[in-house]
Design a protein. Structure first.
Lengths: 181, 724
């Protein structure tokens, strides 16, 4: 039998084709065996010893935590104010908003989020959150159970995630003045 | 009937112009109604009034609106006898003329809207107008009997007799009166204008960055020159200098463009406040007549120009406040005289802009708010319960008048009694992100004070420093600057005073007022700013005056909008925000505030959020907390202030926690000061290293997150106390 030596390009092309075929086959199997479940996209991050998340749709930007001007006499949860796309936003301590005591590491990131009332604000965070999904049914069930702004949702692998409902969180809080008149 | 579009455009333009002329006539009539005018001034007013009415007549007739020409002609007739013998105009005549003007404008607007053909006969309307005027005997009792009879009869004659054709008289040329057709302009949405404003603000920021880049280039040129004037770098230095000059010129040109754009935008988006205030004069006059009262409205600051949208929204609130003042505030003339007041009540509207804040005050010299009555009414109307009112102080009781459903009127009238009014005013002010407050003195009157943000244009700001914090002050509030000298200071036990222009002004330490440090008397040579607001003045002690800037002050986000110390924030050249302090907050007397002895903590951490979190926890535990962003800043604080405990980050740049502790232990005053180290490192080695350096406690950030900080602080303080 005559063997024709393959060039490097040929070998790579063949490998790529095989890889793509394997992936396509896997996807076909998933489609045949599993019913696609509706999911809720979240931005997940650690806070203290626990895992927290925000709905991904509320997230507008992630910025490095710098150029924040502290606001003397403001409420304890107010870290300061910053500029974002021509607006002045408040940077808030998420740990403080949630009644926590602190982070494991100093926050390095600010998450610009929609508060749910059309206004933007920035929340501090240890690191850029990880986008992931939760089963929509679990989120809806948790929403019914939850009384406050934080819903306890279990992932498919039984991990507990505290999903923050920003609209509820800010509706439950007043304004931020320590010495408001 | 087909309408010539060109003519319809002219008629629409006439209606706009006529509104302005009618407004001028109204103001003149209100002026003529007042006592105490000199004969010369009266003459001039009558002449001007006649000219305005003639203009209306001529312009209307020229455009073929004969009915309007006839009305204006009859009004001229009514004026004629008084014009010949100038004197104060009797009220019933003013009533007739004002009603005639209303009629004129209603018809003018109908013509402008293309409804002119459907209008009823003007003669009938004018006849009705005269019949509505007060009878001569009632008007005679008001004190101008002779002239009044003449005027009223003149008006009646004018209505009864057919008017001569206005077209027969020479009228002014149409182009003098009819403005540009509406078709020559553009219609733009508020959103488009707002977007343009944002772009102008961005351009302003770009200009500031130009300046900063220029300064950076200058620094590079200086640095190169310090290296020695080497021939090899001569060309580069020369080019850099040239670029720096060009950049400066470009920056200046950009600045000119920004100013021109801003002026243009202001012209498009603002209008003088008097355009909403002038009609209120008429409203006050008519309402006080209706209620048998006498009132005079004085306006201060009507020349100010403000955002049209803001003015439109404010108009309703002002109408409510003034109607409220006339109806509830002012007493009847007899009651006023019995109380030793002038029979005519004084209403004052004062408008002032400071930086990006608009202060609007509506005051009357009436009976003031009866707190006990407010309580009773609020309870009877179910606004509050008696248990709730028992817990309220006087200010809180007065605030009940802003609650929905509150009204002290027992009967419903055209003016009030439906419990809708001040709550609507508050809602509209808060809708504009503003605030309304009320102050009242029994027997002397009531003041409503509105504070509203305005976000157009730049304003001069003085930048000062307190500790390491930069603060802006609206330049309008800064009267003078001087350095503290021992011979001009009077130091008391609780506060210092500055002798200034024969007065003793309280000294306010900005750093202490902002909670950044403990209160200390001003040091020799420390800058003192004389700050005034609302008639009050203080000497503001700052650590340095950085300079003045022309800045665009933007409103603060809702989370900090209610902190009374701040009115907005402005962007500095490097993009950082500068907080602008409210002068009225600075001059507020705080000497009455109780000084509560609190335990004091200093938090030293280069992380802004860690400082904020530690502060929150310690304040919740009853501590007074000051913050420092570095070891060096902490040493500065400790040189002037005393603290019960220091919470310090272990890993800081420049000077870490261990080095800071070493410095503290070297100094006698701080050798035994309790220090707790906080670190992201949770290892035994890190803990040992911290404690070996002389820390009294060590917490990992994980332990802080678990809520251990306050307990550790109390524990460490207790241990130190026991040792002492």
């Amino acid at each position: 039998m005559k063997v024709t030596p393959r060039t490097m390009e040929d070998a790579q092309e063949t490998e790529a084709r095989e890889l793509l075929e394997r992936r396509a086959s896997r996807l076909r199997e998933q489609g045949e065996t599993a019913v696609e479940e509706a999911v809720h996209w979240i931005a997940e991050f650690p806070l203290g010893e626990e895992r927290y998340a925000l709905s991904l749709e509320t997230l507008r930007a992630a910025l490095p935590l710098k150029m924040v001007t502290p606001v003397p006499l403001s409420a304890p949860h107010v870290v300061g104010v910053l500029r974002f796309q021509g607006q002045v936003l408040a940077a808030l301590s998420l740990a403080s908003l949630l009644g926590g005591h602190g982070w494991r590491q100093d926050p390095a990131v600010l998450l610009v989020v929609d508060r749910g009332d059309g206004e933007l604000c920035a929340l501090d965070c240890e690191a850029i959150p990880r986008p992931t999904t939760l089963p929509m049914s679990a989120v809806e069930a948790a929403r019914v159970r939850a009384e406050g702004a934080v819903m306890e949702v279990f992932t498919q692998d039984r991990q507990l995630i505290h999903l923050i409902d920003l609209k509820r969180l800010f509706a439950l809080r007043g304004t931020g003045g320590r010495h408001a008149r | 009937m087909p309408v010539d579009p060109l003519l319809q455009g002219l008629v629409a333009g006439f209606a706009v112009e006529a509104q302005e002329v009618v407004q001028k006539v109204t103001m003149d009539l209100l002026e003529l109604e007042r006592d105490g005018m000199e004969r010369d001034a009266l003459s001039k007013l009558y002449v001007r009034l006649g000219r305005h009415l003639h203009t209306l007549k001529g312009s209307a007739s020229s455009l073929g609106m004969q009915d309007l020409g006839d009305i204006a002609h009859k009004l001229e007739d009514a004026l004629a006898p008084l014009k010949a013998n100038p004197q104060k105009m009797p009220r019933p005549v003013v009533d007739i003329l004002l009603h005639g003007l209303d009629l004129f404008m209603l018809r003018a607007q109908a013509h402008a809207d293309g409804r002119g053909d459907a209008l009823p006969d003007p003669a009938a309307a004018l006849a009705q107008l005269v019949s509505e005027a007060p009878p001569p005997e009632e008007a005679a009792a008001l004190g101008a009997s002779g002239s009044l009879k003449m005027s009223v009869s003149a008006a009646q004659v004018a209505v009864e007799s057919p008017a001569p054709s206005a077209a027969a008289e020479p009228g002014p040329m149409v182009p003098d009166v009819v403005p540009e057709s509406a078709d020559t302009g553009w219609r733009v949405s508020a959103r488009q204008v707002t977007a343009l404003m944002r772009e102008v603000e961005r351009l302003r920021e770009v200009r500031l960055r130009f300046e900063e880049r220029g300064r950076e280039l200058d620094r590079v040129v200086t640095l190169l020159a310090k290296q020695g004037l080497l021939a090899e770098t001569a060309e580069a230095r020369s080019q850099l200098s040239g670029t720096s000059r060009s950049l400066r010129t470009d920056g200046e040109e950009t600045g000119d463009i920004v100013e021109a754009l801003e002026e243009g935008l202001k012209a498009i988006t603002t209008r003088p406040v008097r355009t909403i205030l002038d009609p209120l004069q008429r409203m006050v006059r008519d309402l006080s007549r209706q209620l048998g009262k006498e009132a005079r409205l004085s306006v201060v600051g009507s020349e100010l120009s403000l955002d049209r949208r803001l003015l439109e929204k404010l108009q309703g609130a002002l109408v409510h406040l003034l109607r409220n003042a006339v109806d509830h505030g002012l007493e009847l003339p007899v009651q006023r005289e019995r109380a030793g007041k002038h029979h005519e009540g004084a209403l004052t509207l004062r408008i002032e802009q400071q930086g990006n804040l608009l202060f609007l005050e509506c005051a009357d010299d009436g009976a003031g708010i009866d707190v006990e009555r407010v309580k009773k009414v609020a309870e009877s109307r179910g606004v509050v319960t008696s248990e709730e009112t028992a817990r309220l102080n006087e200010n809180q009781v007065r605030d009940l008048i802003f609650r929905p459903g509150f009204s002290t009127r027992t009967d419903v009238t055209d003016t009030s009694g439906r419990g809708v009014g001040l709550d609507a005013v508050r809602a509209s002010v808060e809708g504009l992100q503003g605030r309304i407050e009320v102050a009242s003195t029994p027997g002397q009157g009531t003041r409503f004070m509105l504070t509203l943000p305005v976000d157009l244009g730049s304003s001069p700001v003085l930048v000062v420093r307190a500790t390491e914090t930069l603060v802006g002050l609206p330049m309008l509030a800064v009267e003078a600057t001087q350095l503290a000298r021992a011979d001009s200071l009077r130091l008391g036990k609780r506060r210092a005073h500055l002798e200034y222009q024969g007065q003793l002004l309280p000294v306010v330490d900005l750093g202490a007022r902002l909670g950044l440090r403990a209160l200390a008397p001003p040091a020799e040579g420390q800058p003192l700013l004389i700050v005034q607001s609302g008639g009050k003045r203080v000497a503001l002690a700052v650590d340095a005056v950085v300079g003045d800037r022309d800045l665009v002050i933007r409103p603060l986000p809702s989370e900090v909008r209610d902190v009374p110390a701040w009115q907005g924030a402005a962007t500095l050249s490097r993009g950082e925000l500068l907080l602008i302090c409210r002068p009225d907050w600075l001059v507020t007397d705080t000497s009455q505030a109780q000084v509560v002895a609190q335990r004091r903590a200093l938090v030293v951490d280069d992380s802004l959020t860690a400082r904020a979190l530690h502060r929150a926890m310690l304040e919740a535990g009853g501590f007074s907390v000051h913050l420092a962003a570095s070891g060096a800043r902490a040493l500065d604080r400790l040189a002037t202030d005393t603290y019960d405990v220091v919470i310090c980050d272990l890993d800081m740049e420049e000077m870490d926690g261990v080095q800071l502790i070493a410095k503290l232990r070297e100094r006698k005053e701080t050798a035994s000061l309790p220090v707790i180290l906080v670190s992201a490192h949770d290892s035994a080695a890190a803990r040992e290293r911290g404690l070996a350096a002389g820390a009294d406690g060590y917490l990992s950030k994980r332990e802080c997150a678990a809520g251990r900080l306050l307990a550790e602080v109390l524990d460490v303080m207790s241990r130190r106390g026991n040792r002492a």
